[in-house]
Write a protein that binds this ligand. Structure first.
Ligand SMILES: NC(=O)c1ccc[n+]([C@@H]2O[C@H](COP(=O)([O-])OP(=O)(O)OC[C@H]3O[C@@H](n4cnc5c(N)ncnc54)[C@H](OP(=O)(O)O)[C@@H]3O)[C@@H](O)[C@H]2O)c1
Length: 350
């Protein structure tokens, strides 16, 4: 299969190329960047030197659709929808990394992004790209929309609690910490090293845009409206997310029962590891131990005094949070093994 990447000069684009150059079943046929057109990949992504000798092409929709069976779009939200719509109309399979097709209700784009969706009819045609929630729909989809990087960690940690009707669905607190690569390759005054180094910076303590997609997906599981309160923070790492979710039990559940629930929920899932140990270095999920891999590590602790379950989930924002999820979805859409091109052990120490 011939794969194209739109926005291949960005951080997620670079990560997609890192995975695609060693994927056993595909060929990269076209990669685009408007500003780096004509440049060799290794000039922009030096770590790929020796793995790929393509140059970036300008964004030419005709050429893209003639040379690719599937295109992964990795451009900023608000900029992706026209490109995706064009490819969709030409019958190409698409995996979109932006937020432009994640939400199902057009009104949610006004609420969370501040703009009217130009193609509301397309929203019901896209599948939210979390295999642990929608694997069978992804298999049949022409358009898959990958989740927000913090959203997916939160969803995977909370899903078993909602599926088993254990928690108050109106009071869920989601606290995410994310590394600097989450902001993309384009620098600004706040991401400049002198300003970014050493920070623990709340950047949208209320009404962060990922709230919309987490509520949408948890509500589908609960079959009722779920409310979450989300506060993300930028922290002093390059890759990685740790999400801490505070949830409140309707009635007390033992830790052992919770273990059984989480094990049942994720049995056979290739990229979910349950983490809870009393000994050793790895007692709870920690992004340090997933970097470079497609794992989302999930764990929990119980606070009996407050009937609270604290769930924790860690992932690499460029992998399970973006490019890794895209390749996992691609494998499902193309009927490959789900772990093809994704069998990476995490890098440690980093
Ligand atoms: N970084 C993460 O951890 C992460 C995680 C999950 C999802 N995402 C999402 O993935 C997408 C890419 O993120 P990123 O971090 O890789 O961003 P980035 O580093 O800023 O890269 C953006 C890419 O899009 C291209 N681009 C920008 N504006 C464009 C336009 N109007 N038309 C066509 N191409 C355009 C850029 O190249 P040219 O300007 O040269 O064309 C570049 O290749 C975003 O939607 C982001 O929200 C990112």
């Amino acid at each position: 299969m011939k794969i194209g990447v739109v926005g291949a000069s960005g951080y997620v684009g670079g990560e997609l190329l890192r995975l695609l150059v060693v994927h056993p079943k595909i060929e990269i046929s076209m990669i685009t960047s408007r500003q780096k057109a004509g440049e060799y990949v290794h000039r922009i992504h030096p770590s790929l030197k020796g793995f790929i000798d393509l140059t970036f092409s300008p964004l030419d929709m005709e050429k893209l659709s003639n040379s690719c069976d599937l295109v992964i779009t990795s451009v900023p939200h608000g900029k992706s929808n026209k490109i995706v719509k064009d490819l969709y109309n030409r019958g190409i399979k698409i995996i979109d990394l932006s937020a432009d097709f994640r939400l199902k209700n057009p009104k949610d784009y006004v609420r969370w992004y501040g703009w009217e969706h130009p193609f509301p009819e397309m929203l019901s045609r896209s599948v939210y790209g979390v295999p642990e929630l929608h694997r069978e729909d992804i298999r049949k989809a022409q358009l898959v929309s990958c989740p927000g990087c913090m959203a997916v960690t939160s969803l995977l940690a909370i899903k078993p609690l909602i599926q088993n009707n254990l928690i108050d669905i109106e009071h869920i607190i989601v606290d995410s910490k994310i590394g600097s690569s989450g902001a993309g390759a384009r620098a600004n005054a706040g991401t400049h090293h002198a300003m970014r180094y050493g920070v623990i910076r709340p950047y949208k303590p209320a009404k962060h845009r990922h709230t919309g997609e987490i509520e949408q997906e948890l509500s589908l599981i609960a079959k009722k409206e779920v409310k979450i309160s989300m506060s993300p923070h930028a922290v002093n790492i390059v890759r990685g997310i740790l999400t801490t979710n505070h949830t409140f039990l309707k009635k007390m559940v033992s830790e052992l029962d919770l273990w059984k629930i989480y094990r049942n929920s994720y049995r056979g899932e290739p990229f979910i590891r349950l983490i809870r140990d009393k000994k050793g270095l790895y007692k709870f999920p920690d992004p340090k131990f997933v970097v470079g891999s497609n794992f989302c590590d999930v764990g929990f602790d119980v606070d009996e005094d407050n009937q609270r379950v604290v769930t924790l989930s860690a992932s690499d924002n460029l992998m399970k949070g973006a490019a890794g999820s895209a390749i996992q979805n691609m494998n499902i859409m193309l009927d490959y093994e789900e772990m093809d091109g994704l069998k990476y052990t995490p890098l440690t120490p980093v």
